[in-house]
Design a protein around this ligand. Sequence first.
Ligand code: NDP
Ligand code: OXD
Length: 309
Amino acid sequence: MSVAIYLPNEAKIKDWCGMLGDLMPDWQFQGISEVTDPDAVKYCVVWRPNTGSMKGFPNLKAIVSIGAGIDHVLADEDLPEVPIIRTVGTDLTQRMKEYVALHVLRHHRGMPEIQAAQARAEWMPIVVPPATRRRVGVMGLGNLGAEAAKCLAAIGFDVVGWSRSGREIEGVKTYSGAQGFGAFLEGTEILVNLLPLTDETRGILNADTFNRLKRGAAVINAARGPHMVDDDLLEALASGQIAAATLDVFHIEPLPSDHPFWSHKQITVTPHIASMIDAATGSRIIAKNLRTFEETGTVADLADAVRGY
Ligand code: NDP
Ligand code: OXD
């Protein structure tokens, strides 16, 4: 069985070919640009593929996204119409839970202000309300959002969650759809975005959303850069409507060195590391999914290309 692999880094393509090859010695893995027999390619395993890079494989059965999001696959305007398999798992969920807890607690306890005071050698004891009186809103209640919301509720936060179809999560008040969005945002002091990037969610972190939050709220974007309207965030920070933001994802990655986010005192930039799948774990999950798909024609981690996630 022939599998073509693409990541925007040659060394990583070699690593993934090696690891998947060790796990599936009866299958053949090669970089997309090295394929000499396009008819033989049955699967592609990709992260941010170039437009048209998979259209030349007439016998393709499925595309595997090296990651939870499939927006980077759907961005290919010449995408073959085959099932798309996400790569998810407990490691990915655990890492995201850690990232969200870390940054929610940082904002909750006023760490950015305390660190700024330290830089001025200023002793600045600040008293914050207990977590039970701090409302945190989680947008997206899928694999990642639901676990992050549960973790925040376990710490003691007043957690609300928002999804498309509505989900029940113990200890979390949930809202759904456009009609529930306003009530979800009202009173939220720390907003965490874990939505997939779709036509409906692009630009959702905008002035209107910020204005509905409690004044002085913090925003954490760990989903995708295009969820954020960058200029609206900068204006909301300048006006005091938003006090601080932690951003892991950006319109252009790596974030260009002249982007105003880098040096903004109220913004913490992290380089898309909220929850990276490590190659050893990821290749085990992908190997299992490839075998299952080949044997049964489906897998649990199938994405819905029409829905966009
Ligand atoms: P899932 O597909 O499991 O869940 C998506 C959630 O978003 C669901 O609850 C869904 O609602 C909700 N949703 C989708 N569209 C809408 C909408 N229009 N309005 C309201 N809610 C909506 O995704 P994951 O939890 O696995 O991942 C979420 C995203 O996190 C990924 O798509 C990726 O972009 C990002 N990510 C970022 C990483 C990082 O390191 N920064 C790492 C991994 C992922 P419903 O439940 O009704 O379907
Ligand atoms: C993902 C990511 O989608 O790493 O898994 O962003």
